[in-house]
Design a protein around this ligand. Structure first.
Ligand code: PMP
Length: 353
């Protein structure tokens, strides 16, 4: 006989991270192909001498740096253990048993997980045929029980991003007491000028919360730092729901140092975006259907052949992320890694025809 576990956890989907198998090229977790930015390792290593001390609970210096960097008041910021940690704080702040959380599907796999952990009800709104978010349908899905709407732009794992005009219209349709989270984990990779940048709309919408991370463009996935930009009462609630001391001193200092390397970060992101264009064009030339992508990955809508394609990649030394039964997501890596992917994709096409 074991202690009773909350029944709501029984059939919770398990988060399945991209495996790291030695000797294989890993394009399965949307990581940055570059190592940490200049100066970051030195700062992190120096901080390691203080490992017997707790970190600054309020991440004061990082919060101040972010406030300067983003031109927002410090009281609108809530730092957490990766943006997925902050997402959990968000859900716990606004949703409980009986409440509804509306989100697109397929999208970031943590959305159903954090919703269920909070005991709230999942309301999943299908993507459009172009693998983009269907914002009008998401607005239609909001009921009196909705407490939270999650908007992922660019959408993981499919790639399309939300346009500013459509997001404005959408916000106009959402009741003011419902929190809207714009998950901008990949915002730095966006090149389409019509795509929304949440900061432009933030001040005008008291129910808007932006979710950002140091894991992707800044290349700090291993350190777990993310943050929300939310209006002060919401940000205060998020801070209350944080795991105390969740962001280590090393992570805080590495994030601060990374913010000081804006030019290097932008140059690296541009290199990834250049490779993204090359990979997507190469795939389209091979005859693949590839949705638009504003992020650091491409989506192959393989449907029933998703698992077979991922297995074929693995046989060729390449790890991609299968999302059966919809498709595979492949992260943009360095040029040689992308060449390998394009080769495997071409072989697959020729075996299919
Ligand atoms: N949001 C989206 C859309 C993501 O794809 C991810 C990572 N896969 C995250 C949030 C979480 O990233 P992290 O916790 O590393 O900040």
């Amino acid at each position: 006989m074991y202690p009773r576990i909350r029944p709501v956890l029984d059939d919770i989907p398990v988060y399945t991270p991209g495996k790291a198998l030695s000797g294989l090229v890993k394009l399965s977790s949307n990581e940055n192909p570059f190592p940490p930015l200049p100066g970051v390792l030195e700062r992190a290593t120096a901080a390691a001498t203080n490992l017997h001390r707790y970190p600054d609970l309020a991440a004061t210096e990082l919060t101040a740096e972010l406030a300067r960097h983003l031109s927002v008041p410090a009281e609108t910021l809530a730092v957490g253990t990766g943006s997925v940690g902050v997402l959990q704080q968000i859900v716990q702040s606004v949703a409980q048993l009986g409440d509804e959380v509306v989100y697109p599907w397929r999208s970031f796999e943590a959305y159903p997980i954090v919703t269920r952990i909070a005991g709230a009800t999942q309301v999943e709104v299908p993507l459009t045929p172009a693998a983009a978010l269907d914002l009008p349908a998401m607005a239609d899905a909001v009921t009196e029980r909705t407490k939270l709407v999650l908007v992922c732009s660019p959408n993981n794992p499919t790639g399309p991003a939300v346009r500013r005009a459509e997001f404005s219209d959408f916000l106009g349709r959402i009741p003011e007491d419902v929190l809207v989270v714009l998950d901008e984990a990949y915002v730095e990779f966006v090149r389409d000028p019509e795509v929304v940048n949440g900061l432009d709309l933030f001040a005008a919408h008291a129910n808007l919360c932006l979710l950002r991370t140091f894991s992707k463009a800044y290349g700090l996935a291993g350190l777990r730092v993310g943050y929300a930009i939310a209006h002060p009462p919401v940000a205060a609630a998020l801070r209350k729901c944080a795991v105390p001391f969740g962001v280590s001193t090393i992570a805080q200092l590495a994030a601060i140092e990374s913010l000081r390397c804006e030019d290097a970060m932008r140059a690296r992101v541009s290199a990834v975006v250049g490779e993204r264009t090359r990979v997507r064009s190469g795939l389209i030339e091979q005859g693949w259907q590839v949705p638009e992508t504003e992020a650091n990955f491409v989506w192959l809508p393989l449907a029933g052949r998703t698992g077979d394609f991922a297995a074929a990649c693995q046989r060729s030394g390449l790890l991609v992320r299968p999302y059966a039964p919809d498709g595979c997501r492949v992260t943009i890596g360095g040029p040689a890694e992308n060449d390998l992917f394009l080769r495997v994709a071409a072989e697959w096409r020729s075996s299919e025809v």
